[in-house]
Write a protein that binds this ligand. Structure first.
Ligand code: MEV
Length: 341
């Protein structure tokens, strides 16, 4: 993880608040019950800018057509913003810095399993902190802490993986008890993320899986396998075995299907990614709609993106830079290669 990336180096002097989107490569749902998840912070996803003083903290996200004001008695978005405003107040940010109109540009769709609510709250929180001269609140742990309340409004009792990834970026292993641990990966990874266009009822999906786990040993076994795959996936990524990681993702998709959180549309997108040459593909996030994530060879990514843009309601290619050493081998930077190439 490259923690310095949440601080913009130079934006012409204009203060901005940045945050990452998130894609879970392995371990969603299992992470709610304490198992680890392998997660990627997606770059260039959320940028908040100051639009001047306002009566109360208010936010507009242009590509989403969203405009909300902090209000504890209104719709979910306004309540979440009000919770963020309260957390900033409790952290000592004065009302004069919080009563702003904030303009946000988003590079991911809302409610699609890509951590958009956490990313939005973190980018707004960071902008307000910068305006107040509170650089101490920009650090990933502090920023993630500030959005706990707003995430609870949206998700009930989230694992915290969305906020951790949105605040930190890079690739990491997340567990409730340990937080986010960076996973250094020598190879650059190419991810294609495509949305089915269905808006997933994330909270209901999490409740459905938790109830299933209470009732059946099969579901408990599947969740434990999902957690094991996340641990194995992190180690495959560290060793640049992208083919192995892709296979783990394929396996995770079939386990998630057995848990009842895939849809026909998600299955079709997964199939299309695999036929297009992906190392592996699966649904990402809570499921019941939303997005699929595919890990692909670098030379196939753009062709696959063109095909996906015809069938998916939204699709984007993300490049996550690698660096460092392959354990027991020579340095390989950004080749998107696999262990046994
Ligand atoms: C949602 O992004 C991921 C889930 O595991 C829920 C959570 O971790 O809070 C489904």
């Amino acid at each position: 993880m490259h923690n310095e990336r949440y601080i913009p180096s130079n934006n012409g002097g204009e203060p901005v608040g940045l945050a990452f989107g998130k894609a879970i490569l392995l371990g969603e749902h299992a992470v709610v019950l304490g198992a680890p998840a392998l997660v990627v912070g997606l770059p260039d996803c959320m940028t908040a800018r100051d639009g001047g003083p306002a009566e109360t903290l208010s936010v507009s996200v242009e590509p989403w057509g969203l405009s909300i004001e902090a209000d504890a008695k209104e719709d979910l978005g306004s309540r979440a913003l009000s919770a963020l405003d309260d957390a900033l107040g409790e952290a000592g940010v004065p009302r004069t810095s919080r009563d702003r109109r904030v303009l946000v540009s988003a590079g991911v769709p809302p409610r699609a399993g890509l951590g958009s609510s956490a990313a939005l709250a973190i980018s707004v929180g960071r902008l307000v902190a910068r305006l107040a001269g509170r650089e101490d609140l920009l650090a990933p742990k502090k920023s993630a802490e500030l959005v706990k309340g707003s995430e609870t409004v949206f998700h009930g009792r989230p694992s915290g993986v969305d906020a951790a990834a949105a605040a930190t970026g890079g690739v990491g292993a997340f567990a409730r008890s340990l937080g986010l641990t960076p996973v250094e990966h020598p190879s650059t990874i190419h991810l294609l993320i495509a949305s089915s266009g269905e808006r997933p009822p994330a909270r209901e999906m999490v409740q459905h899986v938790s109830r299933l786990a209470e009732r059946t040993t099969a579901a408990r076994r599947q969740l434990s396998q999902l957690g094991d795959l996340a641990i194995a996936g992190a180690s495959l990524l560290i060793r640049s075995n992208l083919r192995g990681l892709g296979e783990a993702m394929n396996e995770a998709h079939s386990l998630l299907s057995k848990l009842g959180v895939s849809t026909k549309e998600l299955d079709l997108l997964v199939e299309e990614c695999r036929l297009g040459g992906a190392f592996g593909a699966k649904l990402t996030g809570a499921g019941g709609g939303g997005c699929v994530v595919a890990l692909c060879p670098p030379d196939k990514a753009e062709t696959m993106l063109c095909r996906l843009q015809k069938t998916a309601s939204w699709a984007r290619h993300f490049v996550i830079e690698g660096g460092g050493e392959v354990p027991g081998g020579s340095a390989r930077r950004g080749r998107g290669s696999r262990e046994d190439d």
